[in-house]
Design a protein around this ligand. Structure first.
Ligand code: MN
Length: 234
């Protein structure tokens, strides 16, 4: 097959302990999946999970031990951090039951769902799509994938984020409203999952603004740490 120009290179995330990379197909995200974060966004109660997507090429892939860089994005004055557990799908399927979800998981990573909060809030108010608030270029920094056999008890892992060394977010994955298996059940009822799909599972409370020059360090226990510096607007 020939193309009129070179196709975009596939986003590929390193895997701890192996040379091959994880080729990314889609990036799904879950909204408001921790109770205290739902509250700080002005919502209460358990509602069915809802989803949005980021473009696969919005990932900022950060190798182990390295610092990733994202430029402060255009059009916003309120860039927020959201530290999240990311699930990497290794085996596809549709209508996957929560009890079977584990077999579809390849591994886990630490990710940041960076958000232009001012634009997202404006779109919410107008009932318009969140794309401009959530799916902008370089909006999804991600660290290496830990294969599930080496990841430990992810469902009860501590999750936290510091900015310039100051604690901002601190919780546990056990507080997910819809846990990883339930999220896969809901998501795979709406879309057929495929190998290469990533799921950003939602953020705990404590989301707040960052500015150019800030250094974010996010961790999920057992999955290592993700370090990202916000550069001046490019
Ligand atoms: Mn999020």
């Amino acid at each position: 097959m020939s193309f009129v120009f070179a196709p975009t290179e596939v986003s590929a995330v390193p895997i701890l302990g192996q040379a091959e990379r994880f080729p990314v197909r889609r990036v799904y995200c879950v909204g408001r999946n921790y109770e205290e974060h739902a509250k700080e966004m002005g919502f209460t109660g358990r509602e069915p999970p809802f989803f949005f997507l980021k473009p696969a090429d919005a990932l900022v892939v950060v190798n182990e031990g390295e610092t990733g860089h994202m430029p402060y994005p255009s059009l916003t004055h309120n860039l927020h951090h959201e530290i999240e557990l990311v699930v990497a799908i290794g085996t596809g399927g549709k209508n996957i039951k929560a009890a079977d979800a584990e077999k579809h998981i390849f591994g886990y990573a630490v990710g940041l769902d960076m958000t232009r909060r001012d634009l997202q809030n404006e779109m919410k108010k107008l009932g318009r799509p969140w794309c401009i608030g959530k799916g902008f270029d370089k909006s999804a920094p991600i660290g290496p994938i830990t294969p599930k056999a080496k990841a430990g008890d992810v469902n009860n892992a501590a999750i936290d984020l510091t900015v310039n060394g100051e604690p901002r977010q601190s919780s546990t994955v056990a507080k997910l409203i819809w846990n990883v298996a339930e999220t896969i059940e809901h998501l795979s009822a709406a879309w057929e999952l495929q190998p290469g799909d990533l799921i950003f599972t939602g953020t705990p409370e404590g989301v707040a603004a960052v500015v150019a020059g800030d250094t974010l360090v996010g961790q999920v226990a057992g999955l290592g740490r993700l370090t990202v510096k916000v550069d001046p607007a490019s």
